[in-house]
Design a protein around this ligand. Structure first.
Ligand code: HEM
Length: 375
């Protein structure tokens, strides 16, 4: 059931960061081959004008595995991948390079106009699609909110409800009836419901026993998929022509984005009204959108862009991390056993059947297993 060959848009955005985690030798615990041992046969050849088009085309359905192989084979854990028509992508799993790019010389490594134009339709001027002062401003307001106790409490309540009212009953029923579940799909629904409630205060109720379709969630998914195709395109002028002519996947993109944005605009309108009518709502009941509005960021376009970026940030990351976690558990029954023991020990003294967020914080082994699977 796992679509391991595809990787979501967010993975493309954070690929350098993920790769350092995947490949740094300090964490990998086995000796890295010396330059002489590294096999250059894994490195794609590049030709004038077309670059590494043939290799890119051949590996298009398993890019992540292919890129991982390239980085393993490169003596510097860094490689310049030549796309057709002179476009280049720098891949790195070298911790020193990642530190240089993301920390020491961060202002020199902007996302750039090309990247921003590609994602603008969906992300607008949200945090994942802006540079410089615009990025800094959004980063500051996001950091401030995420450090408040009240937002943590709000998130805890949302996740708790989604777990006990939806995820656990569906899993229990399935276990009772020995039914087969597509866990990747279930976890995507789980993550989407959670992040929409946290970001907008809107419940798509995508994780319901009948596993229904939901217009907002499905349109968001489609828009993300098409952005991902755009980023991977070997000849970006093709999608730009399609966009101009409003045909093919670009036509679908336009429709999907208009559903997402229309829904977002309606929600912003409702929220503004709700806040005006109830100015004294306690902080711990407020989603991110309400917090931004209450802090005086009332421009509709601005708050919509911020919140759409948050949905992207929290949806695929969480569901993919959990999917990999359970897949790895299924391959490592000893770890599964230890986690179950820790949960049972923890729950012995607890009144509730499920662990609370506070109790989960003390489960060192489970925490380490989650970190390990993300690594
Ligand atoms: C397992 C889950 C997650 C993983 C693996 C993950 C991973 C990451 C990584 C690697 C970055 C750095 C990206 C970069 O510097 O370009 C990042 C940034 C960020 N993430 Fe997450 N994330 C997760 C969940 C979430 C959730 C649930 C939210 C919010 C609801 C979130 C919001 C953000 C934001 C706002 C940024 C900052 C973007 C920026 O400064 O440009 N993430 N995340």
């Amino acid at each position: 059931m796992l679509e391991l060959g595809q990787f979501p848009l967010f993975s493309l955005l954070i690929l350098p960061v993920l790769l350092i985690v995947l490949f740094s030798d300090q964490i990998f615990y086995h000796k890295k081959p010396s330059p002489s041992q590294s096999s250059s046969s894994h490195l794609p050849k590049s030709y004038p004008i077309i670059g590494s088009f043939f290799a890119l085309h051949k590996h298009r359905d398993h890019l992540l595995t292919w890129v991982s192989d390239i980085l393993r084979a490169s003596p510097t854990s860094t490689f310049i991948l030549h796309k057709p028509l002179g476009n280049r992508i720098i891949l790195t799993a070298n911790p020193a390079n990642v530190e240089h790019i993301l920390k020491t010389q961060f202002p020199n490594y902007t996302k750039g106009r090309g990247h921003c134009t590609t994602l603008e339709g969906l992300l607008g001027h949200g945090i994942f699609n802006v540079d410089g002062d615009e990025w800094k401003f959004q980063r500051q307001i996001a950091s401030h909110e995420f450090n408040t106790k009240s937002l943590r409490k709000f998130i805890e309540n949302v996740v708790d409800m989604e777990l006990s009212d939806r995820l656990i009953p569906i899993l229990s029923d399935s276990a009772k009836n020995c039914a087969v579940l597509d866990l990747q799909d279930i976890l995507k629904r789980f993550a989407t419901d959670n992040i929409c409630k946290v970001a907008f205060g809107y419940d798509p109720a995508w994780l319901s026993p009948s596993l229904p379709g939901a217009q907002f969630a499905a349109s968001f998914e489609e828009a993300v998929q098409i952005c991902s195709q755009r980023l991977r395109a070997n000849f970006p002028f093709v999608w730009k022509i399609e966009r101009f002519l409003n045909i093919g996947s670009e036509r679908n993109f336009r429709k999907a984005v208009s559903v997402v944005r229309e829904c977002a605009r309606t929600l912003v309108g409702h929220k503004k009204k709700e806040l005006q009518e109830n100015p004294c709502l306690p902080e711990s009941n407020l989603d991110l959108l309400s917090r931004f509005l209450r802090a005086g960021h009332i421009d509709e376009q601005f708050v919509t862009d911020i919140v759409i970026s948050f949905i992207l940030a929290g949806r695929d990351t969480t569901s993919v991390a959990l999917t990999w976690f359970f897949w790895l558990l299924s391959k490592n029954p000893i770890v599964e056993d230890k986690i179950l023991k820790e949960i049972r020990k923890n729950n012995k003294d607890s009144e509730s059947e499920h662990s609370s967020f506070e109790e989960a914080r003390h489960m060192a082994y489970t925490h380490a297993s989650l970190c390990e699977s993300m690594r």
